[in-house]
Design a protein around this ligand. Sequence first.
Ligand SMILES: C[S@@+](CC[C@H](N)C(=O)[O-])C[C@H]1O[C@@H](n2cnc3c(N)ncnc32)[C@H](O)[C@@H]1O
Length: 212
Amino acid sequence: MQSLPRSVPNDGIERHDQVKTIFSEIAPRYDLLNHLLSLNMDRSWRRLAVDQIGWEAESSGSFLDACTGTFDLALELGDRPGFRGRIIATDFACPMMVQGARKIVAGPITPVCGDSLALPFPNDNFDGAMVGFGVRNLSDLECGLRELYRVLKRGKLLVVLEFALPPNPFVRMAYLLYFRRVLPVVGRIISGHPWAYRYLPESVEEFPGPDD
Ligand SMILES: C[S@@+](CC[C@H](N)C(=O)[O-])C[C@H]1O[C@@H](n2cnc3c(N)ncnc32)[C@H](O)[C@@H]1O
């Protein structure tokens, strides 16, 4: 594993490249750590996100899962009974998609290696788009949101699933304690990556909350 700086800049090409490197390096342990560190709650969060996208009105439509990682959000939609459409799943860290590839064999999901800041699709292309735990990693949030808007057909929905700090001060304290003290240690031991699981909570704390 190459040696990496201990913190990731907030924006710019350096952040872009470092985020790509981090996810490429933690890909083999990403799913395990996701389920473990969220106490398996990530599955129900994705379920709630897919509930919002309104696919039932376009059950044969074309949907985008940007920053797809190992495809869990795309699978949550693709496995819905009655879904007959297709899902294009993109990520710029190809090792994440390689890691998840066995989960999407013979399903409605097509993986496309691509950057969310320059999506390789024409305008007005999708009947819905979603991003799970991805937007806070973008090196240019506005550019990413503009791209997602560009590829959506008019009036169609973008669903963003993201972490936010709890508003209640006591819950927030417990949450931060877990995020700052427990998560980086467990993440380091299991992933073998020296600091990726410190970047992840830091990126949540830096990201604008729902009221910002
Ligand atoms: C925390 S993971 C989320 C993966 C998945 N959506 C999930 O629900 O588990 C964030 C993903 O965003 C991807 N990502 C970050 N910036 C990106 C960009 N500019 N273009 C494409 N993918 C990006 C990373 O490679 C990583 O796989």
